[in-house]
Design a protein. Structure first.
Length: 87
């Protein structure tokens, strides 16, 4: 079948909540890291939008925004908006 045997499906069902919760926590940590970086940059007279520009370049090199339901990082648009957009 498409999903293999019943034990494989039940194993997937058992770990799925853990994967979803872990991804959500990871995205929260990344949001905190972005906010910390923006504050630090502001305190040191560096425009936080420079970080936004860097994130855009990284996304371009990786072939787009890897954000999504299971992603470990918030989506690019969310991060750019929080940082005030690119310069």
């Amino acid at each position: 079948g498409v999903f293999g045997d019943v034990s494989g499906v039940s194993s997937l069902a058992a770990v799925a909540p853990t994967v979803l919760v872990t991804a959500a926590y990871s995205r929260d940590f990344e949001r905190e890291a972005d906010a910390f970086a923006a504050r630090w940059m502001g305190q040191h007279q560096v425009d936080p939008r420079r970080l936004a520009a860097l994130l855009e370049r990284l996304a371009e090199r990786q072939g787009g925004d890897p954000g999504g339901f299971l992603a470990s990082h918030p989506g690019l648009q969310e991060r750019l908006q929080a940082l005030g957009g690119s310069p």
